[in-house]
Design a protein around this ligand. Structure first.
Ligand SMILES: [Zn+2]
Length: 482
């Protein structure tokens, strides 16, 4: 931790001379946190969300970092200077909304984050002699990579993997995004002749602005390869993991949106396809929220039919090229019901979420299935907390966060019947939010790896030990609530 702080502090000193990028500046933008205590207050926030979408000109409207679906769901909202008085008029002074000004000028925060991402790798190189790294992974994990760099990183991982153990890793192009960028799955399969092995699906970067997510999935792949295959670094638990499971990892689900969030608008969320104009207005807006575009209970609460909204669900289930490609691939991989765990990594907020997200009070059935998933979420959260003392809340998205229909985890369990389907909202809890400095990548990555190990250990216990559920899950978790 001290090292990270030292690096950040030193980075700030050096960064002074570097020019900011050509990205959107956010100068004078304010970041508010609104906590609505009543249903009416949440409705006021929703009406602001709908009235001032961040498109067709990103950044001119309000940018909601999460969706105000219910009372007591805190919402971070980025407000441009021209809308500050209108926003405050609607919200400030209401007794049922607690309003907190987190940043008076978000431009400074964004510029600092941009500088850190540029400077951190060079800084790491200079300090590497002084800082003895505790582990020797294949990649550096010290920067949020661009699309090209990320594909190169996946390629490096695959090559190193096969040098350590031949025919173990494979890159598979499963389709392309709207603007033509590739969707690459990294397959880690230790023994391809073992037909009994179950599969684990892991995706990251479905939402463009959540940069820590692809970085974390890449980190996890590196640990699986480095500590599972390199004899000098063998970690028995990771070695065993590769014996039991095959991994299908898609680090960057939404490459078009991700690139746009680097080159133009930092808080872009959707993909980049063009949509028709809003029926009632002559606006042309871009992008589908890929995590509202899945086919299970598509079109319900927490998704919008307005193409200008951040949570636009698309014209129909799997109408986006990216989600259609993932659907095809995952369905094919699961044709023999071999996928045991489906994991999606997002940020931020620190949650481990299970189905169903489409409606409050909707749970997998039979209740035992929900209880088991809750148990896996609990042990995963507990292990991640033990790693860095960051607390994760677990439950269904609709219960503990907000209702969101058309999500990937609902589909994996509801439509494909994957037994364990979870969404992890990575750190932080809002202090940096989406602008989490690159110095955190290794820190968050190691937390995610330990969480993954705990989840798979729990699943293994649940599948092999009939007493485990009764003695460990019911006793220690909210599993009995379902
Ligand atoms: Zn997300």
């Amino acid at each position: 931790m001290k090292i990270c702080l030292l690096l950040i502090a030193a980075g700030l000193l050096i960064c002074q001379t570097v020019q900011g990028g050509k990205t959107f500046s956010f100068e004078g933008y304010r970041l508010y946190r609104a906590d609505p205590f009543t249903k009416e207050a949440a409705a006021v926030l929703r009406s602001l969300h709908d009235a001032y979408p961040s498109e067709p000109e990103p950044g001119l409207g309000l940018t909601f970092f999460n969706y105000p679906s219910h009372r007591n769901v805190k919402v971070d909202i980025l407000v441009p200077p021209r809308l500050v008085s209108a926003f405050r008029k609607a919200v400030a002074g209401r007794p049922d909304i607690q309003l907190e000004l987190l940043h008076r000028n978000y431009g400074r925060v964004a510029a600092q984050a941009d500088r850190e991402n540029r400077q951190f790798p060079r800084l790491m190189k200079r300090l590497r002699r002084a800082v003895r790294r505790s582990d020797q992974l294949i990649l550096n994990h010290n920067q949020y990579l661009r699309y090209d760099q990320l594909l190169e990183a996946v390629n490096t991982l695959a090559q190193q993997c096969n040098l350590l153990r031949s025919n173990t890793c494979r890159q598979q192009e499963i389709g392309s995004a709207y603007e033509g960028r590739k969707l690459i799955v990294l397959r880690i399969e230790k023994s391809q002749t073992d037909k009994q092995k179950r599969k684990v699906w892991i995706d990251g970067g479905i939402h463009a602005r959540e940069w820590i997510s692809p970085a974390t999935v890449l980190y996890m792949a590196d640990v699986l390869i480095s500590k599972g295959l390199n004899r000098r670094m063998w970690t028995p638990e990771v070695v065993a993991l590769l014996d039991y499971y095959d991994f299908l990892m898609l680090p960057l689900y939404n490459p078009d949106g991700y690139e746009y969030s680097h080159s133009h608008y930092r808080f872009w969320r959707k993909n980049r396809q063009t949509n028709g104009g809003h029926p009632s207005q002559s606006r042309v807006c871009r992008g589908v929220d890929l995590n509202r575009n899945y086919g299970y209970k598509w079109g319900g609460s927490g998704s919008s039919s307005d193409p200008c909204q951040d949570n636009y669900r698309g014209t129909g289930p799997f109408s986006a090229m990216e989600s259609a490609a993932v659907k095809r691939f995952v369905e094919q991989e699961n044709s023999d019901k071999k996928i045991l765990l489906f994991l999606s990594y997002h940020s931020y907020g620190q949650y481990v979420l299970m189905p169903f997200g489409f409606k409050r009070g909707a749970y997998p059935r039979p209740a035992l299935s929900a209880g088991k998933m809750s148990c896996v979420a609990f042990f995963g959260s507990r292990e991640m907390f033990a790693t860095n003392h960051r607390f994760y809340i677990h439950g269904t998205s609709a219960d503990v966060l907000y209702e969101a229909s058309g999500g990937s985890d609902d589909w994996a369990h509801g439509s494909l019947e994957v037994p364990y389907s979870l969404t992890v909202e990575l750190p932080d809890d809002g202090a940096y939010g989406f602008l989490l400095p690159p110095a955190y990548i290794r820190n968050v990555g190691s937390e995610a790896v330990r969480g993954l190990l705990a989840m798979l250990r729990t699943i293994h216990d649940l599948e092999t030990n009939t007493n485990f559920y009764r003695t460990r899950c019911l006793a220690h978790t909210a599993a009995s609530d379902y």
